[in-house]
Design a protein around this ligand. Structure first.
Ligand code: KIV
Length: 282
């Protein structure tokens, strides 16, 4: 059996040619799917807001919501390392509150937290690390900044923006982040960042040259059939298959084909006879 991933073992994968694999999961069944497939890391992402809870952005989930989903994932005792997103406004005010919020997610079962932003987050990153909680950074298209960015837009397209991303990544790595998610940036910029830092980068919409890749599980499983972002590859069509399965069930119920004898409980012949019921074929 492969050794469990930990913050130090993930960090040690930098540049060893063995890409890290991370997917999101938000509950016990999705955690079991991810873990049985052998991923290195499970991210309980604040994307739960959009892919599970039906919101238009990630800004609606709270620490309570995240703890609820982290606990469901952790109860499955996955072999993969569990990383939890600190939601919007859980680390933007007092640094002490940020540490307490990170601790809540750890007590719910997370082994590390992820937060969005670069140099301006260094004090909070350092405080969380000081509480012995590993921190994963997240740069580029940071969904919690949707309004500041003017939408979910690819970042780092200009010379200055690309250089800023490199400087942010260096600052996060120097502060002690064990890895950095790079989301929605041109592949050349992701390569610049990956070459510039000594911790693994994990890309989503960041091209092939990161040290690992992450996808939202519901996107890769096709649990939604709306047009996905360009960077998603669908490996299944579970929404399509699910609709077909429920439609078949509905047809069977309406045609009285469900349930059949094998899906029903039966009295013993003796009891049926004593009740004056026909007990079945002689
Ligand atoms: O919340 C999330 O799913 C994420 C990934 C997109 C990296 O942060």
């Amino acid at each position: 059996m492969a050794a469990r991933s930990t913050a130090p073992s993930v960090r040690a994968r930098k540049g060893n040619g063995d890409p890290l694999v991370m997917v999101t999961a938000y509950d016990a069944p999705t955690a079991r799917i991810a873990d049985e497939a052998g991923v290195d890391l499970i991210l309980v992402g604040d994307s739960v807001a959009m892919v599970v809870l039906g919101y238009d952005d990630t800004l609606q989930v709270t620490v309570d919501d995240m703890a609820h989903h982290v606990a469901a994932v952790a109860r499955t005792r996955p072999g993969a390392m569990v990383v939890a997103d600190l939601p919007w406004m859980s680390y933007h005010l007092a640094v002490g509150d940020a540490v307490a919020n990170a601790a809540r997610l750890v007590r719910a079962g997370a082994e590390a937290v992820k937060l969005e932003g670069g140099r301006k987050r260094i004090p909070v990153v350092e405080a969380i690390l000081d509480a012995e909680i590993p921190v994963m950074g997240h740069l580029g298209l940071t969904p919690q900044s949707v309004h500041a960015m003017g939408g979910f837009k690819v970042q780092g397209r200009s010379v200055d923006a690309a250089r800023d991303l490199v400087d942010d990544a260096k600052a996060l790595a120097a502060a002690g982040c064990f890895s950095i998610v790079l989301e929605g940036v041109p592949d050349q910029v992701a390569r610049m960042v990956t070459d510039a830092v000594d911790v693994p980068t994990i890309g989503i919409g960041a091209g092939p040259d990161c040290d690992g890749q992450v996808l939202v599980l519901h996107d890769l499983l096709g649990l939604d059939d709306r047009t996905p972002p360009k960077f998603v590859r669908r490996y299944a069509r579970l929404k399509h298959d699910g609709v077909a399965a429920v439609r078949a069930f509905a047809e069977d119920v309406r045609a009285r084909r469900f349930p059949g004898p094998e899906e029903s409980y039966h009295l013993s012949d003796g009891v049926a006879e004593a009740l004056g019921l026909y007990a079945g074929p002689a």
